[in-house]
Ligand binder design. Structure first.
Ligand code: DX5
Ligand code: ZN
Length: 219
């Protein structure tokens, strides 16, 4: 699977957001990860539709939207309209994951499901054949800058195995605590879409960090 970096906007300086996006574009970053939090599903608030819509004008990066909100199915159409490419919701946040996936696809977006650290892959097993991506959280969702949970790599490996056995097509994304050290474990386990907030947007030299990750991906 092709390696793709998805810097998390949560770690950006929102006062100079346009310049930060330009820097990521210059570094040829393919995805932008957008964390939407409602203060209910996770104990934190971030930004919402207006921000997604507004920054859509300034970059062509693929918008990988990670919804940490309850009943994400309520906002599928609106995120599609705002320019979302990948709609990723938490399995723990909805009563009808299958209907949500169908709705996402009907709206022309790619469908992804995220699992919290305590949620096993068995919870999404029936839907794997329909997903474009699976997100394995490597921290408890809610905040940037937390410590990487190595034990979550078991789930990444399980997803690789299930994909091989069933000829599924999904990408495997990891999110939380990724840095130049932990990214190696992610690649070794089989993840190919890498979210990184503080390690990329918090770096002194963003392009250098993007390049460093790209080199590690080739190793
Ligand atoms: C956490 C978010 C992450 C976060 C990652 O709930 O889903 O995307 O921004 O930040 P870092 O890479 O700093 O752990
Ligand atoms: Zn995220």
């Amino acid at each position: 699977m092709v390696y793709k970096l998805a810097p998390s906007l949560l770690a950006a300086d929102f006062g100079i957001i346009k310049e930060q996006l330009a820097k990521l574009d210059e570094a040829k970053v393919p995805y932008l990860h957008l964390d939407i939090m409602d203060g209910v599903f996770v104990p934190n608030l971030s930004f919402g539709l207006a921000v997604v819509e507004s920054i859509r004008k300034y970059t062509k990066m693929v918008f990988d939207v990670h919804l940490m909100i309850i009943e994400p199915e309520r906002y599928v159409e609106q995120f599609a309209k705002a320019g979302t490419d990948i709609f990723c919701f938490h399995i723990e946040a909805t009563k009808d994951a299958k209907a949500t996936v169908d709705k996402i696809k009907k709206c022309g977006m790619k469908a992804a499901i995220a699992v919290k650290p305590a949620t096993p892959i068995s919870e999404i097993k029936d839907l794997l054949g329909e997903l474009d991506m699976v997100l394995v959280m490597t921290v408890e969702p809610g905040f940037g800058g937390q410590k990487f949970m190595e034990d979550q790599m078991e789930k990444v490996k399980e997803l690789v195995k299930l994909r091989e056995e069933n000829n599924y097509k999904y990408d495997i994304e990891v999110d939380g605590g990724v840095n130049p050290e932990t990214i190696k474990t992610c690649f070794a386990s089989g993840a190919n879409v890498i979210v990184a907030g503080s390690a990329v947007l918090g770096a002194k030299d963003i392009s250098a960090r993007v390049e460093e990750f790209a080199q590690i991906a080739k190793e």
